[in-house]
Design a binder for this molecule. Structure first.
Ligand code: KE4
Length: 438
């Protein structure tokens, strides 16, 4: 959907046309096509720290950060050195390498609720495997997820909420037979009674509850007070596995993720993004009692040609070592700067008379074009996505690259500067003017 823009787009348009002739929508992940915000997706050619440049040499302050991984910014020198160093020794062996245990050690030291971890190549693989493992451990079939939470594109997780509470999910994608979602219960987030109802309806049949402990995939939506504790108590009582999907929150909202931030001990944790340092890595982990069911130790099968890839392990180690060494500096800085940014834009919206609400946990946040608090999918979905699209396009024209969807979290990293923040707030003032005019 082309739209008028002051930005140079000729090269990106040419590249988009070329890509579309060979790749569905010209993209390798749908959100990158800008379908929900309109306009011309920039083809990014390089990044450095908090900035990226596109094929038309437009420069952006980047708040996508590769959808979360780049908490230390683009082309972090230590991460690049680690990747180059590993690559000089070969890229993949299909055999164990010392780097896998190196990364495992770093992950387990930050997430003491896990005794073992298995690396895979994406968050989807991590959650798909964790659910299979929960079913193997409990010998139960049903799984509970929450509307607005996204855990990757495994069939059983691509469900729309059935109408009413505790009804079975209906396929949310073509190609997913209803038989594949018949054991998936999709419930409203931040509603404990819905979970209690599901456990009473599917007594002793629910294998696991999987939750984003801070939701990023309906936009940023934190759990209500005592909600996560409530999920923990309910799953303990019902002997179901509690899975914290920390693909986005792991090492993001705290060095030890949401489970450190909220002091909740899940049974299994899934991870991705930051632990790969920008290369493809996912992971799932938990106590030996559950993890020792994973092949080759036990009967739950999961495998992967490039799982534990030495370049990805090296990148992840370089990222996590820096976060470990600098966490006392980095996380307070992210908290402070993210707060200044989010509040500054909110104040600009107020001054412009634009209805805007926002949610933030640490350095993940979302501005919703909504005059009410956003606490779940029902409230998030009432946001004005057309207004968001206008805001997004104006920000992009002024060099601010936000996630191209109202229902995604934005991220700030350790290389964003005070100047970036001020420029973003200034661009927001212009954007709100554009939104009001239209
Ligand atoms: P991947 O398979 O995309 O690596 O991870 C799936 C996943 C699992 N769990 C959570 C909490 C996630 O946020 C994700 C993926 N996040 C999206 C951004 N909302 C990836 C961006 C995209 O799909 O292009």
């Amino acid at each position: 959907m082309a739209s008028t823009t002051s930005r140079k787009v000729e090269q990106s348009r040419r590249l988009q046309q070329r890509a579309e002739s060979m790749i569905p929508g010209g993209v390798n992940s749908p959100v990158r096509a800008f379908r929900s915000v309109g306009g011309d997706p920039p083809f990014i050619v390089r990044g450095k720290a908090s900035h990226t440049w596109d094929a038309d040499d437009n420069e952006y302050i980047d708040y996508v950060c590769s959808w979360g991984p780049l908490i230390l910014g683009h082309a972090d020198p230590a991460v690049l050195d680690a990747i180059v160093g590993a690559a000089c020794n070969g890229t993949s062996f299909g055999a164990s390498t010392p780097s896998e245990a190196d990364l495992a050690e770093l992950v387990l030291s930050a997430f003491p609720n896990m005794q073992k971890v298995r690396f895979v190549s994406s968050g989807t693989e991590a959650t798909m495997s964790a659910i299979r493992l929960a079913r193997a451990y409990t010998k139960r079939k049903y799984i509970v997820k929450f509307e607005g939470c996204y855990h990757g594109h495994a069939d059983a997780l691509l469900v729309k909420a059935g109408s009413g509470v505790a009804t079975l999910g209906i396929p949310g994608s073509a190609g997913v037979p209803e038989e594949f979602t018949q054991f998936t219960v999709a419930l409203p987030f931040n509603n404990l009674s819905a979970v209690e109802h599901a456990f009473s309806k599917f007594k002793h049949q629910i294998a696991c509850v999987i939750v984003e402990p801070v939701v990023g995939n309906m936009g940023c939506v934190p759990a209500a007070d005592d909600y996560l504790v409530g999920l923990r108590l309910l799953t303990e009582k019902e002997r179901a596995v509690l899975i914290f999907d920390e693909v986005m929150t792991g090492f993001r909202v705290a060095f030890g993720g949401a489970q450190e931030l909220y002091n909740i001990k899940p049974d299994l944790t899934t991870m991705g993004k930051i632990i790969g340092g920008g290369l493809p890595v996912g992971a799932y982990g938990g106590p030996n009692e559950i993890m020792d069911l994973v092949a080759p130790l036990g009967p739950m099968y999961q495998a992967g040609t490039l799982s534990g890839n030495p370049l990805a392990m090296a990148a992840g180690c370089a990222m996590l070592k820096q976060l470990r060494e600098r966490k006392a500096e980095i996380y307070p800085q992210l908290e402070k700067m993210s707060g200044e940014l989010v509040e500054g834009v909110a104040a600009a919206a107020k001054d412009a008379g634009v209805a805007l609400t926002h949610n933030r946990v640490g350095s993940m946040f979302t501005w919703f074009f909504n005059d009410r608090p956003v606490t779940d999918w029902e409230s998030a979905s009432k946001s004005n996505t057309e207004m968001f699209g206008k805001f997004f396009r104006s920000m992009l024209d002024n060099g601010i690259y936000l996630p191209p969807s109202q229902f995604e979290a934005a991220f700030l990293g350790a290389t964003h500067t005070a100047e970036d923040i001020q420029k973003t707030i200034a661009a927001a003032k212009v954007a709100f003017g554009a939104v009001k005019e239209s």
